[in-house]
Design a protein. Sequence first.
Length: 280
Amino acid sequence: MADDSKNISSGARSAADESKDLITGATGAIGSYAAVGDSFTEGVGDPGPDGVYIGWADRLAVLLSDQQAEGAFRYANLAVRGRLLDQIVEEQVPRAKELAPDLVTFCAGGNDILRPGSDPDAVAERYEAAVADLRASVGTVLLCTGFDTRGVPVLGLLRGKIATYTAHVRAIADRHGCPVLDLWSLKSVQDRRAWSEDRLHLSADGHTRVALRAAQVLGLRVPADPDQPWPPEAERSAAEARRNNIHWAREHLVPWIGRRLRGESSGDHVEPKRPDLLPL
């Protein structure tokens, strides 16, 4: 029995090693990474000391660089806030293919799903075409699902559309052999402290938890559990919650709706913060 148990254990380790090889390549480490996407990947909600957003992709890049000799790892972030899927495919995907990194994270389509009348099935078809294009040039393409917006003001009304799109993303990942950053199952980001004041973008803590989960998906050991419970929080009174909701609607929701009605984007005239593969 002991020998059988040892053989089973050895077999499990071999399967894990093979899975990791599929993601990290024969060298056992990712030497270059390009992030593609919108405000989520640009890092909106997680401002750095110099005013440039940090975000989960930058934080993941740091974790990946720790696996390499100093100066050997290279990173590009092509994401721009407000970009729709077709804009990302036109502006960022060709650049990602040109850079030809070991890893691309491709998180796109969220802004399309938020638009009234959008069809998640149609968005997913265009999304899959871009994934197939990237997979022809890049060793590993990591895909991102949508968040579970249950209990989130306004976005909770779109939960069904987001769930449908998330199911498509998982199916596309299966068809094209892509690892998946499953944000729907990351329960810790359902806490309001994971979100910034605008309730549309993650906070610094939220971005950190996503980076940790992405690193786990890529087979890295991480310094903390991304799904660890938040510390206890004092309950807010109904009056305080109402004041916060009014402030949020005035400062964030109304301007966001206004931009949509005017056909404007928060990303107008914004350039990628890191367009080239450079050492961290």
